[in-house]
Ligand binder design. Sequence first.
Ligand code: FAD
Ligand code: NAP
Ligand code: SF4
Length: 676
Amino acid sequence: MTTPFPHLLAPLDLGFTTLRNRVLMGSMHTGLEDRARDYPRLAAYFAERAEGGVGLMVTGGMAPNWRGWLAPFASSMVSGRQLPRHRLVTGAVHAAGGKIAMQILHAGRYGYHPFTVSSSDTKSPISPFKPRALGARGVERHIGSFVRATRLAREAGYDGVEIMGSEGYFINQFTAPHVNNRTDQWGGSAEKRYRIAEEIVQRCREAAGPDFIIIYRLSMLDLLPGGNQWPEIVAQAQAIERAGATIINTGIGWHEARIPTIATMVPRAAFSWVTRNLMGEVDLPLITSNRINTPEVAEEVLAQGDADMVSMARPLLADAEFVNKAAAGQSQRINTCIACNQACLDHTFKNKTASCLVNPRACHETELNYEPATQVRRIAVVGAGPAGLACATVAAGRGHEVTLFEQAADIGGQFNMARKIPGKHEFDETLRYFRGELEATGVRLKLGQMVGVGELDGFDEVVLATGVRPREPAIEGMDHPKTLGYIDVLGGHAAVGKRVAIIGAGGIGFDMVEFLSHSPNADDPARTPEAFAREWGIDMTLQARGGVDGVEAQPMSPARDICLLQRSETKPGKHLGKTTGWIHRLNLKRHGIRALNGVEYVKIDDAGLHIRHEGRDEILDVDNVVICAGQLENRDLADALEARGLTPHVIGGARVAGELDAKQAIRDGSELAARL
Ligand code: FAD
Ligand code: NAP
Ligand code: SF4
């Protein structure tokens, strides 16, 4: 095959059916699964990815009974009455030439409701509800629910099911001693602990017949000291194979584990070595997962024999056309997932419909569409930050004549600062994507051009995406040489001393901590899985139980002595995303960084930063005070145009700076461009 991705694009023969390539779209809870009325949207979402060439897709988790709900009334597959809505999904996927399996997910003690059950009554640290320990008859009943869900899935037209046996959910709560302290036939030895998984797979196979895909998601690395040992995992995989599974998928880390597994700072394909260790121990095809976000990485993983197939979930939110673009030799045009979690997992945790920071159409396929323009317009877009880039490329893609003005020498706006933060190098991919789109859609790009009112004559529409300017708090000594703005620091315009106070503990304040606490070059974007494993105490020799060597995330010696400050009384970092905020807060501890809330800023002078904290005056003897105190709209041009009676469209940070992030900026730009 003349393609750079021969392994990725090779079909996979499962005996009774063939997958067209080695890409599995991993299960993601989008929020659309929970209500019957959202199934037409869910069907459109999956159909677009089927058209995009994915080999096999897996739905978000469906509980096999109400005790297994993730949250009250969350998605489930419990009765024939639910079949019509599921048939919308399977019908749309099949019409688009795809294949789809339904994930059966019993949350066990991770359920966010008072009816949870588990192998024991030990509460999880991530749910306030104590589960009830199931008796032997209860275990049988719950196995029966998995079988019923499988039978219903087949009736609904799914090509298979994925049985969720990892991430710390119900089955995992039996298979690992971390929760399972039973002494009956479902606990004690490893064989008895994983017997439930074996029984479920075997009985589901009997119910579904031989020509139905059964994927078992096996927790290969629990990342907890009470997890399984590697030989127990191998034995479990072999038992699952004997029980009749078709494919084994990789699960990494329980949700309660305090080791990042999918965030941006996790190196790409950082866990494919785990799956590689199981290759050859079973004959079933193995799928690997976690932080595989480009076809190049996926191809390398497969070519080096780490797995037979790769699971990518978020990358297919980011670009439904991922596989088709790879197959057409256009991988550079893929909109790459930057692993930020901001619009996907963070939305899910807030009970909001998932989407994607870089692709606001994700899960909104029926509402946000970029149809060809009925009347071609001349459009000026001012500002090539994320908002302007999204607006210009979508509008030009629709057929408009777009000119994009940027005062700086390059596109990107604040992304040029974000990409310098250790662990945020994936932002480069978004800029690479936009560069390609600018060219492909024919946007006229005018760099180094500071636009004033005069340059905007002759356009049918003017879009202002001029972004923000940093807020300058009214603190005495703001003009003192010790005082620096975040742009001075991240732009490399200022040398920063060894002792630093950071004013403002928002997104940029926390990023500044990362930036200043790392030694130059300490964070190599190509940091290896080995370096990552060492840093987080992961045992790559797989000798230790759960794959962790007992050392929690290792303390680090930061390059500077840093104090992070905020005025409000809330816990610093409280407003950071649910799925990544804990990593930032843990890093504060690891770096030994002092974080103070409830601070009053008095002044900055030669002695340092004077503050009032907990009723006492204190002088922080620092070399520099870095201001990260939020942002204000840059409305200079908007005000000037409006003063002339013109009505430009204002998007992104220029429209509203408070609460603005790249997700909002890109969505603003895309939505406006879809309307123009
Ligand atoms: P900007 O990115 O500010 O772009 C505005 C552009 O307009 C600039 O390029 C500017 O030069 C140009 N411009 C202004 N006036 C003119 C003019 N008159 N003529 C020509 N050009 C003009 N957000 C997230 O969601 N997640 C993150 O992890 C994240 N991390 C960040 C880390 C850092 C260090 C920083 C600084 C920001 C981060 N952000 C993050 C915020 C995110 O980058 C911004 O929300 C986003 O860039 C705003 O986009 P925008 O297009 O509205 O404005
Ligand atoms: P931010 O997150 O709103 O934080 C601003 C900080 O400044 C707050 O901690 C606030 O705390 C402080 N502050 C506000 N007014 C002040 C004043 N007058 N004097 C002193 N301190 C003041 O804004 P940001 O850090 O500038 O980030 C900008 C945007 O980029 C945000 O929307 C953010 O979400 C986004 N971003 C996101 C990430 C991410 O990883 N997701 C990373 C970077 C940036 P007090 O009021 O308590 O003092
Ligand atoms: Fe990836 Fe971020 Fe989009 Fe989620 S929101 S799919 S992590 S780019």
